[in-house]
Design a protein around this ligand. Sequence first.
Ligand code: HMG
Length: 461
Amino acid sequence: MSWPENVGICAIEVLFPSQYVDQTELEQFDGASAGKYTIGLGQAKMGFCSDREDVNSLCLTVVSRLMERHHIKPTEIGRLEVGTETIVDKSKSVKSVLMQLFADSGNTDIEGIDTTNACYGGTAALFNSVNWIESSSWDGRYALAVCADIAVYAKGAARPTGGAGAIAMLVGPNAPLVLERGLRATHMEHAYDFYKPDLSSEYPTVDGKLSIQCYLSALDTCYQLYRKKLEKRNPKAADLGLENFDAILFHTPFCKLVQKSVARLCFNDYLLTNKEKRASKYVGLERFDNSTLESTYFDRDVEKAFMTQFNNVFESKTKKSLLLANQVGNMYTPSVYSGLASLLVNVNSAELLGKRIGVFSYGSGLAASMYSIAVTQDAKAFEKFVQKLNYVLPALNSREKVAPETFSELMEVREKNNHAAPYTPTGSISALFPGTYYLKNVDELHRRTYERTPTISNGVH
Ligand code: HMG
């Protein structure tokens, strides 16, 4: 078998909850000042799951939908990786639950297992999948990288930054979205910014301010390293800055942080530009000549100046990728890939042909990577790939709005019954989208059984 070329994402499937709470209504309900969640955090709606859905059901739904929509036979998959931080069992993997979808085909020869580190697990799943295809272990079949999470916070400041969702990506050679070889920059370190030490609770322990500092410092480090790798690849490049990206996607805990992150990258470019060049390229920003990255994580002056001056960079390279993050919230592991899906459904596919998309993935604790995706030049293949996402906007607009009181009650039901056994969920089944797997019951030995809502006639939703 020859060395596979252009390994990357051949298909992508997106799943978000069928119910949401409106962030303006949530501000009122929580007694927060008007505008705090919508303007301050940049969030419009927050998707959530009742006790009818868990991480297993989300993954069952997203994987079966991808295979149905793209007519992928179970025997065509040789590796399946799951990235999640929503742990329902300390030993049994979500991947092993997904093997139910392959049972009838007799295909049990599927490598890969779960990966956990906060929101980074999805990227680890994707990298592992790409690495397998590029390795001597590859047997010619596709890999599936799956990420899913239910992001819920205890009542308080962090609650409006919740969300939920799942993404599955089919990985193979000759892909419409290619992960560029040699252009991955990673930064990992030990931090207690966001973690889940209480195994009986779904809620994390969060140091909100520290988490933002960790996110921004990981962004700085990954970006500077990415630039070095880019320089190694193109030693004669005139510019190594953001000009190299046609779009930039970020892990999105809330949209405002991403807007600030784009400004942060512009600030990095500024600091990496020699002083003579700065004067012409960065007019009016001379007062930041002696600023440093470390001293400016919460420097309002730097933040505001770079956000204002480079708002066009945010508008042109990132804003369109925030659709799902704004409408659903933080999906944790799928978050950055929901950015990719948003970009694909929001931008005319002809505009993306042959372009380079930067990706910043962050998971608290912490693990982060920046890498890039090259979009194919093949217009027909790309159009076909993007058209498969035609269901996303109609599904988003057909969700049911739920009052904050009801949302809060449903959160309490989840909270009280987390790990209960035996247990029969009470959440509405009719509220779920067609073709959704849901938790039927948990028996006294904590074994979970799932059923599926009826699919619509063509089997694709
Ligand atoms: P807070 O501290 O209550 O909020 O919670 P705040 O007081 O900082 O206000 C938020 C923003 O709203 C501020 O904007 C306010 O000024 C503004 P800023 O000044 O920073 O630009 N504001 C208003 N704007 C308009 N009208 C108003 C108004 N009032 C205030 N009336 C915090 C915010 C993010 C800390 C909290 O929600 C939290 O802890 N969230 C969870 C942690 C998080 O999301 N961290 C992000 C980075 S870490 C990460 O991404 C990893 C993660 O995804 C987990 C994983 O990896 O698995 C979280």
